[in-house]
Write a protein that binds this ligand. Structure first.
Ligand code: LLP
Length: 417
């Protein structure tokens, strides 16, 4: 459910015509609906209201400060993967005691930053990392709260680039070595073992991998309990898939039920790290048709947004619905929607059955709230686009479009040149 709807054949975000924003802000731009963000958080949280839990929104999905602040205001915690996300989380009002920090490559400065701010838990991904966190904790005069991220060797049946819980993936500590890892970690001086976690992948549309994962974590936690190592948190990660095309996303109540049933009767607090499911369908990318072009074998719709603005189609062959901001009676055609970048992978859609749009017409690339602006780059010296948030009948630019000055800021030409 989102708040991008047509009124009299014109696309609105909540109560604002998309065209009005395009006129003021220019194109391309990302557009987020506040009501959709809020609704997604509330609907999700409600499913878990009867168990001890903490929702930690996964900042990497969309870390615009306004988006972060939306979730912070609703009481969310934050899943972070870098010092930058920690900084943005603090800036937008998240309490560090509600932050969990995963990632295979945490740097010393990032570890120190997190220790000094007092985050809830480091999800460590290797024993070498644990040793470093222990050393840093001693130097900072702190104790480090740690959970081990387990790699449960479960196939989430999603795109290989976003599967993270298989043995061949770089993430976590192998499930077969987890108990040993806990036993070893338990005797390390400046470490408090507080949790266990996993994150098996993203855009998952089958419930069974989640069931297996939570079961596996619970079994390890209970075995540890018997050995005198009692953990407080079970962190199930994120990964819920959303509707982009013709998927059947997991029913949220089913998902919640499978988690609740597994931990019923235990004292564990469940940590959830949803990203895409909160923001994915709460955002769109608005782009303008620059040119029409008929190739020998293809029709091209050349737009002003490229793979540097939205990488997902080029990187994962991801599907995003593309629809005109103004609906017309134009006939349907099959076309590639392509950007201005000098690569053949610079497409937003390929062989897409869509209206025969003309030069100047605006298009909305749907479901572009997650992993979209955050993965954009300045490739081909293109300034990053603006981000806008709508609430009811008003809109706010929540990130200004980069200027040509921004493009060269920080660069310098050495004297020998
Ligand atoms: N927790 C951890 C440790 C993660 O690595 C991720 C995502 C999440 C939570 C949130 O997962 P979600 O609920 O959003 O599925 N760029 C890719 C997705 C990469 C996901 C990375 N990790 C894409 O555009 O599809």
């Amino acid at each position: 459910m989102h708040h991008f709807n047509y009124q009299n054949r014109e696309l609105f975000c909540e109560d604002v015509p998309v065209k009005v924003i395009a006129k003021e802000v220019g194109t391309p731009f990302y557009l987020y609906s506040y009501a959709t963000l809020k609704r997604h958080f509330l609907v999700f949280s409600k499913e878990f209201e009867n168990i001890e839990h903490l929702v930690c929104y996964s900042a990497k999905a969309n870390s615009n400060l306004a988006v972060l602040k939306t979730f912070a205001n609703l009481g969310s915690g934050l899943d972070i993967v870098s010092g930058g996300e920690l900084r943005k989380g603090l800036e937008s009002g998240f309490s560090p005691e509600k932050m969990v920090y995963s990632g295979v490559g945490k740097r010393i400065d990032e570890i120190d930053f997190a220790l000094n701010k007092g985050i809830l838990m480091f999800n460590i991904e290797s024993m070498e990392e644990l040793v470093i966190i222990n050393q840093r904790a001693e130097l900072c005069g702190k104790r480090a709260p740690v959970g081990i991220r387990v790699n449960p060797n479960i196939d989430p049946k999603t795109h290989p680039y976003i599967s993270t819980g298989l043995q061949k993936n770089k993430f976590g500590i192998d499930v077969d070595e987890a108990l040993e890892a806990y036993r070893a970690a338990n005797s390390i001086e400046h470490i408090d073992l507080v949790g266990i976690g996993c994150h098996i992948g993203s855009q998952i549309t089958e419930i069974n991998p989640f069931r297996e994962a939570i079961n596996s974590l619970k079994n390890i936690a209970q075995q540890l309990e018997k050995e005198g190592i009692s953990l407080q948190y079970i962190d199930i990660g994120g990964g819920l898939g959303i509707l982009y095309d013709d998927e059947t996303p997991i029913d949220l109540s089913e998902y919640a039920k499978s988690i609740i049933e597994t931990v019923k009767g235990t004292d564990y607090t469940i940590i959830l790290e949803p990203g895409r499911v909160f923001v994915g369908n709460a955002g769109i990318l608005v782009t303008k048709t620059l040119y029409r072009k008929s190739g020998k074998v293809k029709e091209f719709i050349v737009v002003d947004a490229g793979m540097n603005d939205l990488l997902r189609p080029a990187l994962y062959d991801a599907f995003h619905v593309i629809q005109p901001v103004d609906q017309t009676d134009d006939p349907m055609i099959v076309a590639d929607v392509v950007g201005p970048i000098c690569e053949s992978s610079d497409f937003l859609a390929q062989d897409r059955y869509m209206p025969n749009v003309k030069q100047g017409q605006l298009l909305a690339v749907m479901s572009a709230g997650a992993y979209s602006f955050v993965m954009s780059s300045n490739y081909c010296s293109r300034p990053k686009v603006a981000e806008v948030m709508v609430k009811e009948d008003s809109f706010n630019v929540v990130r200004t479009r980069e200027s040509y000055e921004d493009l060269i800021s920080g660069e310098s030409i050495p004297l020998f040149l």
